[in-house]
Write a protein of this length. Structure first.
Length: 391
């Protein structure tokens, strides 16, 4: 594996775009990891490398400096069959045999960029690149007319790109030969709604109809004006409540970002009732279970308000993910953007299974019942699903 260590040493710098390990040989550190992605990130301590370990339902993150990243990459590579490494100038294909023999193929990329173009991770392999003027980003104050990101808005720019990466991963589940309906509940100023429309329609060529819904009339008026300005004919914004919306019979994707407390549950229930192929949800203000849960065994947590609040939020989102699995969705709990920026930004990504695994559904239902009984919890989403099934 010396040649692999040498390769990682040479590519783990600012010019790395990403490295992907795939083809696992069994479980990885007790988890059913299916692939690992590595990318450079700029943290307060300087350049680091983020390892993202994907299972079928979760993603785990590790950040480390270059020296430790090389060691970690070598450790993990021994448990995978192959790796694909992309830098600004080159691409590497790596095959790893059971006996640890390594075969490396290298080729130059068609268009090389300079290292300065990706300094500080600000021009890494983003879907929306700095330097290319995007009209809606200019009007939303994220970008100048010259395509330069407004410094105080860089976190928002990064968040937008991260969101588009989540959509990019599920494109194979979205049909391209017909009009797709996408609903965005609690769209607010609609940074991400415009980004979604621009990415899917303008860049990827999908025929989509997008509806943004929010309670703030002034925001809705402004967003409709912008959509008309850009000529986004199938993007519209409406004033209304998530629970009361009846404007669609069936949808392809539902997005609900920062819907407060049980508003998230109503959005998820609507999405499932509409048979949505993809659900993207960033819950917010999970208060409901904080008022319900109890456990003498966990009194070291339950007796302290701030700890109980955080625990209740995790329990709420964990149950939501499990409920979606019980309704036939493959569900992941992911970081929306780096935790150092907005600690509450956990994203639930649920994709409708092509074939329902009845045994898995029953197992999920049993796990949910056991968990709720243990904590004395009765979440709104469970009640809504019961109503949907007529129980």
């Amino acid at each position: 594996m010396r040649e692999l260590e040498s390769l990682y040493t040479n590519v783990f710098h600012i010019n790395l775009l990403q490295a992907v390990l795939s083809g696992p040989r069994g479980e990885i550190e007790g988890r059913d990891v299916v692939k690992v992605k590595v990318r450079p990130v700029e943290l307060k301590g300087g350049l680091h490398f983020q390892f993202e370990l994907f299972t079928k339902t979760q993603a785990f993150h590790e950040n480390m400096d270059a020296e430790r990243a090389v060691e970690r990459a070598c450790e993990l590579s021994a448990k995978f069959k192959q790796a694909q490494i992309t830098t600004i100038e080159e691409e590497y294909g790596v095959l790893i045999s059971k006996k640890g023999r390594v075969s490396i193929r290298k080729k130059r990329r068609g268009t090389a960029k300079t290292g300065a173009e990706v300094a500080h991770n600000k021009r890494k392999n983003y879907i929306l690149q700095e330097g290319t003027m995007v009209p809606f980003l200019v009007d939303l104050g994220v970008m100048t007319k010259d395509g330069v990101i407004v410094k105080p808005k860089f976190d928002k720019f990064r968040q937008i790109n991260r969101f588009l990466e989540f959509i990019e991963d599920v494109l194979p589940r979205l049909e391209k030969d017909r009009e797709l309906t996408i609903l965005d509940f609690g769209c607010g100023k609609s940074y991400l709604t415009f980004a979604m429309y621009y990415y899917l329609h303008e860049l990827k060529g999908y025929d989509i109809r997008v509806v943004g819904l929010d309670l703030k009339e002034d925001v809705i008026v402004r967003c409709n004006r912008l959509a008309e300005k850009y000529g986004y004919q199938k993007l519209m914004f409406l004033t209304g409540n998530i629970a009361d919306y009846e404007g669609a019979g069936e949808v392809d994707m539902v997005v609900t970002l920062h819907a407060c407390d049980t508003a998230t549950d109503y959005a998820l229930a609507k999405a499932v009732a509409w048979n949505a192929k993809v659900i993207l949800s960033v819950p917010c203000c999970q208060h409901e279970l904080n008022r319900q849960i109890r456990s003498e065994v966990l009194s070291p947590v339950m007796d302290y308000g701030i700890l109980k609040e955080r625990f209740a939020a995790l329990l709420t989102d964990g149950l939501r993910a499990k409920y979606l699995e019980s309704m036939g969705y493959e569900t992941q709990v992911l970081e929306f953007i780096d935790m150092e920026h907005t600690p509450k930004n956990v994203l639930l990504r649920a994709v409708k299974s092509r074939k329902i695994n009845t045994a898995r559904v029953k197992r999920c239902e049993g796990e949910i019942r056991a968990c709720e009984e243990f904590f004395g919890a009765r979440p709104t989403l469970g009640k809504l699903f019961e109503d949907e099934r007529g129980e």
